[in-house]
Design a protein around this ligand. Structure first.
Ligand code: NAP
Ligand code: ZN
Length: 345
C-alpha cells in the first residue's frame, strides 16, 4: 500500500511530505497503522548523516506506537486492533550467540534498524515518521492497556535505552544514581531509576529544568557548570548514566563517582570523547556502554512501566513541525520528547 510520511532528501535539506510503498504483510508479519512516533536525537544524528552517510530519502522514527491493521497467516501473537509498539530494530539473524541470548541489539551479523538499514532486495528501511509500517511479529511489542498511547511512544527507544543498563548493573534501593543530561533519554532514566528504588540526582546544564527534576522523581538537581554545587557530589555516585548527545567533559563525571563506581555511556556523540586516564585510574572506576535493549527486555520494560504507570512527558506536534522540533531539540528546548501525531500524515 502507499504510505504517507515525511522524509529529508539529503543531510542539509529539511523534512517534507513523502509517499512511498509499504509491502503487504508476509505470513509472519504484522501491518500496523501508526498513531504516534517520538523524535529521538538519534533521528537527528542519522538524518543529518552525523554518524556516517545515511540513505536518502530518509524517513526516521523508531519510537512507534499504533494499532494492528492486519496480520499474516502465521502470526499468533497479535490480532487486528491490538495496541502495539515498534522500537529501533525490525529484524536480526536469530541464530548467532547474541540473538540466542535475546540480545538482538548485538546481533553478530548486525540487526536491521527500523530506518536507514539496507534490505536484501536492495531497498532500505523507512521508519515511523509515517502512517503505516509492516514488521515481523518477533519485533512487535505489546503496549500495556493502562498507558496513554502517545506518551508510551518514547518508551520504545528512550525507555529501553535507560532501563536496560540500569537493570544490567542491578540498580536498586540505596544506590546513588546520577542522570547526566535531562533530555528524552535522561528524563526516562530519572523515572526508571526512581522506580528501581535508587536515590536519583540530575546533572544538567539547564537551570530551567531544576523544577522539573523533582516532579520526574529525582531527589537532587545539580547544575554542572556551577563549581559549588558540583563540589558537594565529588565521590558520591555508584552510577552515572550519561545521556549527553555531544562532546562533553568526562573528567567531571568521573570525579563524581565513588571508588569503583561506573560511568554508563548511552549518549552517542558524533565526535570521539576524551577519557582522562587519571579519572579512571584513581578509584579503580569503570566505564561501560549500552545499546537500546533486546526485544524480550523491551517487553519487560513496557510491562514494568505499565505496572508503575510510567510514561514519557511529551509535546505533541503535527508533521509540518518536524523541522522546528529538530532545532528545538538541538537547543535542549523540549520537555521532554516531541511526539508526532502520525494520523495527520
Ligand atoms: P536529547 O533529548 O537531545 O537530550 C540530550 C541532553 O543532553 C540535552 O537535553 C542536554 O541536557 C544534554 N546536552 C546536549 N548537548 C550537550 C552538550 N554540548 N554538553 C552537555 N550536555 C549536553 O537527546 P536524546 O534523544 O535523549 O538522546 C541522547 C543521546 O543518546 C543522543 O546522542 C542519541 O543518539 C543517543 N542514543 C543512544 C542510544 C543507545 O542505545 N545508546 C539510544 C537512543 C539514543 P541538559 O539540558 O540537561 O544539559
Ligand atoms: Zn532512539
Amino acid at each position: 500500500m502507499q504510505a504517507k510520511g515525511y522524509a529529508n532528501p539529503s543531510a542539509e535539506k529539511p523534512f517534507a511530505p513523502y509517499s512511498f510503498e509499504r509491502k503487504a504483510p508476509g505470513p509472519n508479519e504484522v501491518a500496523i497503522d501508526i498513531a504516534f512516533c517520538g523524535i529521538c536525537h538519534s533521528d537527528i544524528h542519522t538524518a543529518r548523516s552525523e554518524w556516517g552517510p545515511a540513505l536518502y530519502p530518509c524517513v526516521p522514527g523508531h519510537e512507534i506506537v499504533g494499532h494492528v491493521q492486519a496480520v499474516g497467516s502465521k502470526v499468533t501473537k497479535f490480532k487486528a486492533g491490538d495496541k502495539v509498539g515498534v522500537g529501533c530494530m525490525v529484524n536480526s539473524c536469530g541464530t548467532c550467540g547474541s540473538c540466542k541470548e535475546n540480545l538482538e541489539q548485538f546481533c553478530e551479523k548486525g540487526f536491521t534498524g527500523t530506518y536507514n538499514s539496507p534490505l536484501p532486495d536492495g531497498d532500505y528501511t523507512k521508519g515511523g515518521y509515517s502512517n503505516h509500517v509492516v514488521v515481523d511479529q518477533g519485533f512487535v511489542l505489546s503496549v500495556p492497556d493502562n498507558l496513554d498511547l502517545a506518551a508510551t511512544a518514547p518508551l520504545l527507544c528512550a525507555g529501553i535505552t535507560t532501563y536496560s543498563p540500569l537493570r544490567h548493573v542491578g540498580v536498586g534501593k540505596g544506590d546513588k544514581v546520577a542522570i547526566l543530561g535531562l533530555g528524552g533519554l535522561g528524563h526516562m532514566g530519572v523515572k526508571i531509576a526512581a522506580s528501581f528504588g535508587a536515590e536519583v540526582t540530575v546533572l544538567s546544564r539547564s537551570e530551567n529544568k531544576r523544577g522539573d527534576a523533582e516532579k520526574l522523581g529525582a531527589n537532587n538537581f545539580v547544575i554542572t557548570n556551577n563549581p559549588d554545587e558540583v563540589a558537594k557530589y565529588v565521590g558520591y555516585f555508584d552510577y552515572i548514566l550519561d545521556t549527553v548527545s555531544a562532546p562533553h567533559d568526562l573528567g567531571q563525571a568521573m570525579s563524581l563517582l565513588k571508588r569503583q563506581g561506573t560511568l554508563i555511556l548511552v549518549g552517542a556523540s558524533d565526535k570521539p570523547l576524551e577519557v582522562p586516564a587519571f579519572g579512571l585510574i584513581f578509584g579503580r572506576k569503570k566505564m561501560m556502554g549500552s545499546l537500546i535493549g533486546g526485544i524480550a527486555e523491551t517487553q519487560e520494560m513496557l510491562d514494568h512501566c505499565g505496572k508503575h504507570n510510567i510514561v514519557s512527558d511529551i509535546e505533541m506536534i503535527d508533521p509540518e513541525q518536524i523541522n522546528e522540533a529538530y532545532e528545538r531539540t538541538l537547543k535542549s528546548d523540549v520537555k521532554y520528547r516531541f511526539v508526532i501525531d502520525c494520523k495527520k500524515f
